[in-house]
Design a protein around this ligand. Structure first.
Ligand code: NAP
Length: 289
């Protein structure tokens, strides 16, 4: 086996310059005294094929990747082995590259979300869930919520593009039971007032001045409001939810746990509490700067 001075890990996407992942992963590598570094690989679409070809070279120092927009589905073309959950999602955010230079694909977005939600004390069993947004993040969350044993009662799904919702449900439904997921035509049909959990899986809220997509009257203290956005830490939606006394969370915990799970796949170890705490602190400090 080739001895590398330093093993490389990294994030591919376009653009990737604002990512907090290097902070989190390099903190863990340093603490564990592993000779490895996590880098950002900003790749244009036409560069993707050449990048993966180079990764197959015996002397490549790259042993693991994270994948972000717009490539979570496109990388499926280059994967040698899909792990069962990634196969169900049909989207990949983590790749392990083994010593034979084989690419093994995982999706840790869905489990990362569920781990955070569970840590927050929210149990989805028999709950009514409303989700806004039918993109990549929603795909991973819908998959994990459909496949767990203790499933929610209903998941109502709305997107500005109804065709996207219908396609997503039909695509997921070709691989597993999606009978708990319902496509709805409007925000009103999400039945937010009767829901236990509301998830914002759209980018609406990232920009200053972004609107909340519905009236405050629909929110209530028994509704947990989870916004996948973590920058800003308190979106207009989360502020509105706090005003009515609803429990809230932003997506930093999901980012953290998808990263922890990715690291554990690359290193084939379980990270202990001390390292996880340092990784969390690195993320938080990165957000403040
Ligand atoms: P995406 O693939 O672009 O999906 C977002 C979906 O929301 C799209 O289908 C989009 O439709 C739809 N949408 C946009 N505006 C809408 C509106 N006003 N009403 C209803 N639907 C609307 O993005 P993604 O990758 O799923 O990410 C979604 C959000 O989650 C982003 O803010 C992202 O940063 C965040 N995220 C967080 C984590 C984490 O670890 N915390 C992980 C992944 C993603 P159009 O395409 O037609 O605009």
């Amino acid at each position: 086996m080739i001895e590398h001075e330093k093993m490389l890990y990294g994030l591919i996407g376009y653009p990737v310059n604002h990512s907090l992942s290097p902070l989190m992963h390099n903190t863990a590598f340093n603490f564990l005294e592993v000779k490895a570094e996590y880098q950002l690989f900003s790749l244009k679409e036409e560069e993707l094929e050449g990048f993966f070809k180079a990764l197959k070279e015996e002397d490549s120092p790259v042993f693991g990747l994270n994948v972000t927009v717009p490539y979570k589905e496109k990388v499926l073309d280059y994967i040698d082995t899909m792990t069962p959950f990634a196969q169900k999602v049909q989207a990949v955010n983590t790749i392990v590259i083994n010593n034979k230079r084989e690419f093994i694909a995982y999706n840790t977005d869905g489990p990362g979300f569920l781990t955070h939600l569970t840590e927050l004390g929210f149990n989805v069993l028999n709950k009514n869930i409303a989700i806004i947004g039918a993109g990549g993040a929603s795909r991973a969350i819908l998959t994990v919520l459909s496949l767990i044993k203790d499933r929610p009662k209903t998941i109502r799904l709305f997107d500005i593009d109804k065709g996207k919702v219908d396609y997503l449900i039909s695509d997921l439904g070709s691989r597993f039971d999606v009978s708990i997921i319902q496509s709805v035509n409007s925000i009103d049909d999400l039945a937010i007032a009767d829901s236990d959990l509301l998830i914002n899986a759209t980018p609406i809220g990232m920009k200053a001045g972004d609107p909340v997509l519905f009236e405050k009257e629909l929110l209530h203290p028994d509704l947990f409001v989870y916004d996948l956005i973590y920058h800003p830490a308190r979106t207009a939606l989360l502020q509105m939810a706090e005003e009515v006394g609803a429990p809230t969370a932003n997506g930093l915990g999901m980012l953290f746990y998808q990263g922890v799970l990715a690291f554990q796949h690359w290193a084939d170890i379980q990270l202990d509490q001390e390292v996880k705490q340092l990784m969390w602190q690195a993320l938080e400090s990165g957000l403040k700067n």
